[in-house]
Write a protein that binds this ligand. Structure first.
Ligand SMILES: [Zn+2]
Ligand SMILES: [Zn+2]
Ligand SMILES: [Zn+2]
Length: 156
């Protein structure tokens, strides 16, 4: 028979999320987000991650994904960078020490790099009378896979 309907009221796709959702559920969502991130090699946006979670049939709102990602970033569990378009991208990095990234602007694949200029930045900042120095340096380019793809697409 054709009249079967899935119960619709189960997951409120409400716009603002639920501040009083049970803690256990929030923890489960956070774990799902963390687990999904840890399988990825590339930087992803909150929207990308939300799409992947939906594919994995994890029911979580995009606002929750944003919130949990930012919380994980604050706790230093994930790295966050802004791509040249100003979109925030997230990645669970192998290293929690200070480091930098070489990022493919097409697929988001990232390589962790250690630039040689840390001491120079420190010295020059101090010479200008600045203290409590911090910096972010991300290098964007096109990875080998993507440029091979482009060459092929350009037709030879
Ligand atoms: Zn990293
Ligand atoms: Zn790439
Ligand atoms: Zn640095």
């Amino acid at each position: 028979m054709s009249g079967m309907q899935a119960p619709a009221g189960d997951s409120p796709g409400g716009p603002s999320g639920q501040p009083n959702a049970p803690a256990a559920r929030r923890t489960a969502q956070k774990e799902a987000i963390r687990a999904e991130l840890s399988t990825l090699d590339e930087f992803v946006s909150a929207r990308d991650l939300h799409r992947r979670l939906e594919d994995a049939e994890v029911s979580v709102g995009v606002a929750t994904v944003y919130r949990q990602l930012n919380r994980l970033a604050e706790q230093g569990e994930v790295d966050v960078i802004s791509n040249p378009e100003g979109e925030r991208l997230y990645r669970a990095c192998a290293s929690s020490d200070h480091h930098h990234h070489l990022v493919c602007r097409y697929c988001g694949k990232a390589v962790e790099i250690e630039p040689p200029a840390e001491q120079w930045l420190k010295d020059i900042s101090e010479r200008h009378g600045f203290s409590s120095i911090s910096h972010t340096i991300e290098v964007f380019g096109v990875c080998g896979d993507c440029s091979a793809h482009q060459d092929r697409a350009a037709g030879s």
